[in-house]
Design a protein around this ligand. Structure first.
Ligand code: FAD
Ligand code: SIN
Length: 551
């Protein structure tokens, strides 16, 4: 029994994890943050467009709420949408007070949400409402939050620690109600598995877009939190809604290089290789239609014309305007030989965002007591069948605050018992892996069949093919996992296969087309919108999801 102990264990150092840590850090609470790479490596760091918030007098909450519902194709939960939208100005104010420098219209002087910020526009938004730091909003937010978190004496940061599994009453064979006690994590620097005991555990591990061959996401997005929660007995919802971003730079060496939707928001046009525009044939809002529609339109045009890509063209705008608004995107295009100030740039859709995830309430509570999920790993009901652009960082910030308040309140009321001693990870029956090729082969195979069979346009036959493949892979992975010492590739592969299976299961369950889930077998949308909720065999949530205290 060699446990690390803390009050709050946060797994993941993105916008969700870091903002939750900071919301708690001014109290007498011991916090540990685990991150599987450097602290900030994750999707948040690469966010470009910005954060959606009603900050302009010509805009109002009802507009933002309506746009979110329209993008979400009837599946968003009203209470979630309202809470997040109405929490936006405060969240932005909090970031500004922490020192985040958002882009201003003219001059650098500003001191709160009344400052004269430049608000950009993205697909599906009826108003300009996306506050941003040029085209690198995520970097500005993450590095600012990181500097505060690193300065906190009560926050322990453990980088290169990949969480493997949650420790629950089921695992410990305790009969006193299902709850989470902590987690096991592999310290990849020292190749040692450590045990973490905590009064509350937060999954802020991000999304699962790495399950696809082509993605805008960094390597961290392997759905670890979603898979861990599922294994721990929590329900998972709406995994069929995988958002494909329409415009990822097309180049053999440009690994997931996103070209922000803000480029279209500021006048960028989509063109076929012959220069013709095509979005007018697909939606009234043309280039600024919701993301699912633009991605599907590009997929359709590429397949119809046999093109490798379409083109994004903003070269009709003034060069200084482009370089001022999109300096980083212009630089990364240039790196691959394209001058976006002067020529159209080839683009293709790529997997970008996981709308589904661990089912939570609006304080981030999951089915398992003392386990929270926040950010892209969660499913709060905000995004419905398709996330509205720039609502994701916003959700991270607003729900992290709600979760922090909830946790602080419960710790204050001393509703938690002493931390029990947890058993160490058992490595007595495993040996060092003999064939790493099995792991890398299965990684590649999973990502390819997900791309080919569970992509933008689906059919029942393709989904069933994918299900057959994933079932075989799961058998191999379970056997391999049972016999060999774990390393991060194996941990991630196991999770990737689980999220692939959950995605396929959700997609097969939905017998209609809605939002991001489009199937040729059921092209119409049903009159009633219903969530796809998968319940594991070891389901733990026999109490209502909002009941956290009675363990
Ligand atoms: P992440 O930021 O992905 O952080 C997850 C963290 O968990 C990482 O630190 C990771 O290392 C860690 N982790 C994962 N698994 C484990 C494990 N097993 N053990 C320990 N640590 C683990 N959204 C917007 O709203 N606006 C935008 O402009 C925008 N632009 C985007 C641009 C790009 C290129 C991408 C990829 C996404 C963009 N998004 C945007 C989406 C948004 O960035 C993400 O949804 C959001 O940042 C997710 O935050 P998160 O904290 O939930 O997860
Ligand atoms: C982008 O800048 O296009 C990404 C915005 C988002 O994913 O919300």
């Amino acid at each position: 029994m060699n446990n690390n102990q803390c009050d709050v264990l946060i797994i993941g150092g993105g916008a969700a994890g870091l903002s939750l840590a900071l919301r708690l850090a001014d109290q007498d609470i011991a916090i540990t943050i685990l991150s599987k790479c450097e602290l900030t490596e994750g999707s948040s760091l690469y966010a470009q467009g910005g954060i959606a918030a009603v900050l302009d007098n010509d805009d109002n909450f009802e507009n933002h709420i309506k746009d979110t519902h329209v993008a979400g194709a009837g599946l968003c939960k009203e209470d979630a949408v309202r809470k997040v939208v109405e929490g936006a100005p405060d969240a932005i104010d909090w970031l500004i007070k922490k020192g985040v420098k958002f882009t201003v219209e003219d001059g650098p002087e500003f001191d709160g949400v009344d400052g004269n910020y430049h608000l950009t526009r993205e697909g599906g938004h009826s108003h300009r409402r996306v506050i941003h730091a040029k085209d690198a909003t995520g970097k500005e937010v993450e590095t600012t939050l990181e500097s505060h978190v690193r300065a906190q004496a009560n926050v322990t940061i453990l980088e290169n620690h990949i969480a493997i599994d949650l420790i629950t009453s089921q695992k410990l064979k305790k009969r006193n109600g299902a709850r989470c006690y902590g987690a096991y994590a592999l310290d990849t620097d020292n190749n040692k598995i450590e045990t973490f005991a905590a009064r509350a555990v937060i999954l802020s591990t991000g999304g699962a877009s790495k399950a696809y061959l082509y993605t805008t996401n960094p390597d961290t997005s392997t759905g670890d939190g979603i898979a861990m929660a599922w294994r721990a007995g929590c329900r998972i919802a709406n995994m069929e809604f995988v958002q494909f971003h329409p415009t990822c730079l097309y180049h053999p060496y440009a690994k997931g290089s996103l070209i922000s939707e803000a480029v279209r928001g500021e006048g960028g046009l989509l063109r076929l290789p012959n220069g013709d525009r095509f979005m007018q044939n697909h939606h009234l809002l043309e280039e600024l239609a919701p993301r699912d529609i633009v991605a599907r339109a590009i997929d359709y045009e590429m397949k119809k014309g046999g093109h490798d890509s379409v083109f994004l063209d903003i070269s009709h705008k003034d060069k200084d305007f482009i370089l001022d608004h999109f300096p980083n995107i212009a630089e990364s295009c240039e790196q691959y030989g394209y001058d976006m100030t002067n020529e159209p740039v080839p683009v293709v859709p790529a997997a970008h965002y996981t709308c589904g995830g661990v089912l939570t309430d609006l304080n981030g509570r999951t089915d398992l007591k003392r386990l929270y999920a926040v950010g892209e790993s969660s499913c709060t009901g905000l995004h419905g069948a398709n996330r509205l652009a720039s609502n994701s960082l916003l959700e991270c910030l607003v729900i992290a605050k709600a979760a922090a308040d909830d946790i602080a309140e419960r710790l204050k009321r001393k509703e938690t018992e002493d931390l029990p001693s947890l058993p160490d990870w058992d490595e007595s029956k495993v040996v060092d892996p003999d064939e790493q090729i099995v792991v890398s082969h299965n990684w590649d195979e999973t990502r390819r069949f997900m791309w080919d069979y569970v992509g933008i346009v689906r059919t029942r036959k393709r989904l069933e093919r994918a299900r057959n493949r994933v079932e075989l892979l799961q058998e191999e992975i379970v056997e391999y996992y049972g016999n060999f010492r774990v390393n991060s590739d194996l941990i991630e592969l196991r999770n990737l296969a689980t999220v692939a299976e959950l995605t396929i299961e959700c997609a097969l369950t939905r017998k209609e087309s809605r939002g991001l889930h489009y199937t040729l077998d059921y092209p119409d949308t049903n009159p009633y919108a219903i969530d796809t909720i998968l319940t594991p065999n070891n389901f733990v949530g026999h109490a209502p999801i909002r009941d956290w205290s009675s363990s």
